[in-house]
Ligand binder design. Structure first.
Ligand code: FRU
Length: 447
């Protein structure tokens, strides 16, 4: 059967464009996933809005359309990224109102307003009036006009906000603000590390078992063989005794950016990313059909024994599995999408292929994802991840994406792919595993 590339396990708009996840929260008995949304352009043209999905269990969703639109003087050029914070039976949303002034501007050092705006909602859908909390004049003098993407949390009885920024010297950094009432915010301090890009987008503070991490999406870090392989990167820095250090990318694949974390009611720290990146040199053929991009599956974060972060696909997928079939070493098997492939491999060398589309190889400490068909990859070519050893792989394959979790989630590689049919043929050499069909999620639309 012909594949229409509509995802079954990933949130994506029916039409238009999606980028960053925003306002992730559990509130009023429901998960809330807002996102950067252009309802009328699959190419991201027009003012950004916040779209919204809500649901009780991460697998059944309702789509409510665009709930925050650029209809306020301080957000007139776009309702940019931000967060959700639950307090006093209300969900408080904080976002960046982007304003582009008319005239001869570079929009870096002049011509751009970057306002922190808040609204509250009693149900995730009905929004209060917008109120501006911070403007360019409230940011340190050394900042350019690029200051955005507020994330708010509570710590030691105070409210904290982190913002991503670009300085006038083209250095990426984060700004910390503090408040007693979520209304009036005082600048606390900035943090950065040397030689690490010109802009840090979508910052987030993540706590795991008392260990603190700064998640960020840096732009302008030069490409390396195993890191920064994409135009923009997304990863985390660890707070170590001597300061910030030890950057690791969240994902070494082709399509991952601007993730945001939140805590589920059972205490799990979940991360959702945009399965896409801005300004990429490859394409997504769904755009011609009227929509582009999806979010990743929520990932459960836990502390790795060596102080890094392990990522596992949400356990809710376990309840969506059908009966497994084995894929033995040297065999090939045709499988309907979506499915999960798992293998506890100990091989020195192995190769897993999706026939006529791509291959995944492990050899000499390097895991390589390589497209063998240019069309199915939309121009994606090769991405590599360095592994000490290869102890396991779990692939969540949806209709047009793969999320590949290596060594129990030590490294992850995500990519979109565009098979012609709804089934693919897996081939295995030096590796064996099992394939489980996965049921799709339910997403009800707003009509
Ligand atoms: C990241 C980003 C954010 C910004 C938003 C605009 O992808 O550039 O920094 O708020 O997208 O859509």
């Amino acid at each position: 059967m012909k594949n229409n590339w509509r995802q079954k396990l990933h949130l994506e708009p029916e039409k238009g464009w999606l980028n960053d996840p925003n306002g992730l929260s559990f509130f009023n008995g429901e998960y809330h996933v807002y996102f950067q949304y252009c309802p009328d352009s699959a190419y991201g043209k027009g003012g950004k809005c916040w779209g919204h999905w809500a649901g009780k269990d991460l697998t059944h969703w309702r789509f409510d359309g665009a709930l925050l639109r650029p209809d306020f003087p301080d957000d007139r050029s776009g309702v940019y990224s931000g967060c959700g914070f639950v307090k006093d039976e209300l969900l408080h949303l904080f976002y960046t109102g982007n304003v582009k002034e008319e005239g001869d501007h570079d929009y870096i050092t002049s011509g751009r307003g970057a306002n922190v705006i808040t609204v509250t909602t009693p149900d995730g859908v009905t929004m209060s009036e917008k109120r501006t909390l911070l403007r360019n004049s409230d940011y340190p003098d050394y900042c350019s006009c690029h200051v955005r993407d507020p994330k708010v949390w509570e710590e030691d009885g105070r409210y904290k906000m982190i913002l991503g920024a670009r300085t006038l010297e083209d250095k990426g950094c984060v700004l910390f603000y503090e408040s007693d009432d979520l209304d009036s915010w005082r600048f606390e301090r900035a943090e950065s590390i040397p030689d690490f890009g010109y802009m840090w987008e979508c910052p987030d503070i993540i706590m795991l078992d008392g260990h603190r991490f700064l998640s960020l999406s840096p732009q302008g870090v030069p490409r390396e063989e195993y890191c920064f392989q994409n135009v923009y990167s997304a990863g985390y820095l660890k707070y170590l005794d001597g300061g910030l250090g030890g950057y690791e990318e969240w994902d070494c694949g082709f399509d991952f950016y601007a993730p945001q974390s939140f805590t589920a009611p059972d205490g799990r720290v979940l991360l959702i990313g945009w399965m896409g990146i801005g300004d990429i040199p490859y394409t997504n053929p769904t755009a011609e059909l009227g929509w582009q991009h999806c979010l990743t599956i929520p990932r459960e974060l836990t502390l790795r024994p060596d102080g890094g972060i392990l990522q596992r696909p949400m356990r809710e997928l376990d309840g969506m599995e059908g009966a497994p079939v084995s894929l033995n070493d040297g065999e090939k098997l045709e499988t309907e999408l979506p499915f999960r492939f798992t293998s506890l491999s100990q091989a020195e060398r192995s190769r897993l292929g999706i026939e006529g589309i791509l291959e995944m190889t492990y050899e000499c400490g390097v895991f390589t994802l390589r497209f063998t068909d240019e069309k199915a990859g939309g121009g994606r070519d090769v991405r590599k991840a360095k592994l000490g050893s290869f102890t396991g792989i779990e692939i969540i394959a949806d209709t047009s994406s793969l999320e590949i979790f290596l060594n129990g989630g030590e490294k992850v590689m995500s990519t979109r792919f565009y098979p012609a049919g709804t089934a693919v043929t897996l081939t295995a050499e030096g590796i064996a595993g099992s394939i489980c069909p996965l049921e799709g999620m339910e997403v009800l639309s707003d009509g």
